[in-house]
Design a protein around this ligand. Structure first.
Ligand SMILES: O=C(CO)[C@H](O)[C@H](O)COP(=O)(O)O
Length: 262
């Protein structure tokens, strides 16, 4: 990559860089998916290479697995790890209780399984991801391809009795063909605008035949590291009830910026 990082990439990078400081020698770490998580993987790769950090990474997508291997992180499966010390991942939205919408990158199923199998989950995000109420970002719902249109009709019908503002959905596409997840499924993006009761919606969606998982992450995230375009980072820990702000110094000529990827 040449030239300066955009403020949004700077924000994503500083969030990832700060979060990498939570990773300790010997940890089994869940590695998220998306552009912010990709920064994290690069930062960890640098720590493995330059500082001798020894970690085992469990990626949440084939994309992240490839990147992790490329930067020298030892990759193992969740079944090999069994349980993780920490997962660090991006998010599409987070609210004041650190409930999340995830799945913008289509990896919500593995992301939720991995985050749930971790002692701690930390979200890394630019400040633009913070919302008062979840739902402006379309809610991804992973559905099996068999009868997906019937599942979509059922989902939309169910939304009539839910506390949401919008009730339409679209099949996620990859060009001219439906997007296929790592698990071979499709994704319906629900255009809800505002979700009044996230717990109820998450439960109801997951009870429907054909729905594999939804992108609402409730009571899973422990802390969020928020990056700003000017290099500030804020760490909010929901369990400790603490908020700390600092500024990270970094050099844009760093090797890390040579390949933005994702
Ligand atoms: O949930 C995700 C992938 O399924 C991502 O974490 C989410 O979409 C955020 O992505 P980015 O860091 O690129 O903004």
């Amino acid at each position: 990559m040449s030239g300066e990082l955009s403020p949004i990439d700077k924000a994503k990078f500083v969030a990832a860089k700060r979060a990498s400081q939570f990773v300790e020698d010997g940890m089994r770490v869940g590695l998220g998916t998306g552009s912010t998580a990709a920064w994290l993987v690069r930062c960890l790769g640098e720590m493995v290479r330059d500082d001798g950090l020894r970690i085992k990474g469990v990626p949440t997508s084939t994309r992240t697995a490839e990147l992790a291997r490329d930067v020298g992180i030892e990759v193992i499966s969740l079944d090999e790890a069994k349980w993780l010390d920490l997962t660090i991942d991006g998010a599409d939205e987070f609210d004041g209780e650190l409930n999340l919408i995830k799945g913008g990158g289509g990896a919500l199923l593995q992301e939720k399984i991995v985050a749930t199998a971790s002692d701690q989950m930390i979200v890394i995000a630019d400040i633009g991801k913070e919302v008062e109420t979840l739902g402006a970002f379309p809610l991804p719902v992973e559905v099996i391809p068999f009868g997906w249109q019937t599942t979509q009709a059922l989902v939309e019908e169910t939304l009539i009795s839910m506390d949401v503002l919008g009730r339409t959905s679209t099949l996620r596409m990859n060009g001219q063909v439906p997007f296929i997840t790592d698990e071979g499924n499709h994704i319906l993006d629900l255009h809800l605008n505002r979700i009044g009761n996230v717990r109820q919606l998450a439960l109801v969606l997951n009870q429907m035949p054909g729905v594999v998982e939804n992108g609402l992450f409730i009571d899973i995230c422990d802390a969020v590291v928020i990056g700003y375009g000017d290099g500030r980072v804020e760490v909010r820990d929901i369990n400790e009830g603490t908020v700390a702000t600092e500024r990270l110094d970094f050099v844009e000529s760093d090797n890390l910026f040579s390949d933005l990827g994702d």
